[in-house]
Design a protein around this ligand. Structure first.
Ligand SMILES: *Cc1c(COP(=O)(O)O)cnc(C)c1O
Length: 420
């Protein structure tokens, strides 16, 4: 297991930028923010698929779906072209539309809210819990109105905290929970996997996620009607087989009737076979990939535990994190411009760093449409101004991790000096 990873990592060329570095203890090569973990298994599956001549609507997407369904304890999985297209279909399949309110988090990647706008519904943001960075369950409950049609919860940075609480709130109010688990494949809360909490859930497989298909996503649910609707809508609204295939037990998703007969308004949101083949290989290695991510996260935790002014991620009891990213934050004495300078400082030293995430309600498109203002969700805003995503990927070696930690500490120290 270990040697397979070491081999695949060693094969990645490292960009060397000597010259502008003055601290001799530090590195001269680039340490990227993220990097996919691809092994010869995936290469083989992709080449096999390429040679098979079947590049769309084939067996790989089905195999991929079976694996994603199993990993999320769901009966049905519907592969799609991206996490965003999966979220779009999830909302459509639940009949959410104009006039409906959907409760969601302002502290997320923008796609988790954009899907609400795609269907003409209204996002109702609630502030987050400052520890877990997911929606505060009490605020979720208080935000429910007669117009609330769903709760759309995000496992921010892969943390499944409060998913069971949202599930209970949704049950009590007889509205669906949509689980945006795009960042959480492999995470668990009290033994239950991400993807198993919502009436419908969506994973994403962009290259910075735990596993990748290049571009791609997957919808999961135990509701056959919703799965069928999503299968039809991802394939131009064509009718689908409603009975499970007796051989595999899975819905085939194959069109019945004429290829040019369309039952409803659909899209082309299909996942192609090459992407699915990459996904099958990645899913076969899921446990290994997640385990390695956990080891890197643990190394960061140990190294940065005593670092002044650095707040580490908080995991509630019962949480198993598969680690989408490793995001620390500065303590509350720091302002946005100081955080931004620290990020710039890291980047100047060829260390990838990101400001995950600017709040969604402060993005121009949301401010213009809905009149959101800074100050409306103070916890999310305060956290968002102070977060720093650090380089995080399988194969990040201890020497590089030490360089990241030292450079971070140095940049923070410089900000402190600038204050006096
Ligand atoms: C990555 C991500 C998405 C969308 O995924 P794409 O595949 O890039 O469309 C949606 N929601 C969250 C929270 C994500 O992190």
């Amino acid at each position: 297991m270990m040697s397979e990873c070491a081999a695949s990592v060693a094969a990645v060329p490292i960009a060397v930028h000597p010259g502008h570095w003055s601290q001799s203890s530090m590195a001269v090569h680039e340490i990227p923010l993220s990097r996919p973990d691809i092994s010869p298994l995936e290469e083989e599956l992709v080449v096999q698929t390429l040679r098979s001549g079947r590049l769309a609507l084939g067996p790989m997407a089905e195999q991929f779906e079976n694996r994603v369904a199993a990993a999320s304890d769901c009966l049905y999985a519907v592969s799609v072209s991206s996490g965003t297209s999966g979220l779009h279909l999830a909302l459509l399949s639940l009949g959410i539309g104009p006039g409906d309110e959907v409760i969601t988090t302002p502290f997320s990647f923008i796609a988790s809210s954009n899907c609400i706008l795609y269907v003409g519904a209204t996002p109702v943001f609630v502030d987050i819990c400052p520890k877990t960075l997911n929606m505060d369950p009490d605020r979720v409950e208080r935000a429910i109105t007669p117009r609330t049609k769903a709760i759309l919860a995000v496992e921010t940075f892969g943390n499944p905290a409060h998913m069971d609480a949202y599930e209970q709130i949704a049950k009590r109010h007889e509205i669906p929970l949509i689980e945006d688990c795009c960042e959480a494949l492999g995470s668990r809360l009290n033994g239950r996997p991400a993807g198993s909490f919502g009436r419908i859930g969506v994973f994403a497989f962009y290259p910075n996620k735990q596993i990748t298909t290049g571009e791609g996503g997957c919808i999961v649910t135990n509701d056959r009607r919703l799965a069928n609707l999503c299968r039809s809508m991802r394939n131009q609204g064509r009718a689908v087989v409603d009975q499970p295939d007796p051989a595999t037990g899975q819905l085939s998703g194959a069109a019945v009737g004429s290829w040019l007969s369309h039952e409803r308004l659909g899209f082309n949101y299909r996942l192609d076979e090459l992407s699915a083949a990459l996904g099958v290989g990645q899913m076969r290695r899921l446990d290994e990939i997640v385990h390695k991510r956990q080891l890197v996260a643990e190394s960061y935790m140990r190294r940065l535990m005593g670092s002044p002014h650095v707040v580490l991620p908080t995991l509630l009891p019962g949480t198993e994190m598969s680690w989408f990213v490793f995001v620390v934050r500065l303590d509350s004495a720091y302002a946005r411009h100081e955080r931004d300078r620290i990020i710039q400082g890291l980047r100047r030293h060829d260390i990838g760093a990101g400001d995950y995430f600017p709040c969604i309600h402060t993005q121009p498109v949301y401010r213009e449409r809905f009149g959101f203002e800074p100050g409306m969700f103070p916890i999310a805003e305060s956290v968002s101004q102070r977060t720093i995503a650090l380089p995080f990927y399988n194969g990040l070696d201890v020497g590089d991790l030490e360089i990241v930690a030292q450079t971070l500490e140095l940049m923070i120290q410089r900000e402190n000096l600038g204050r006096n």
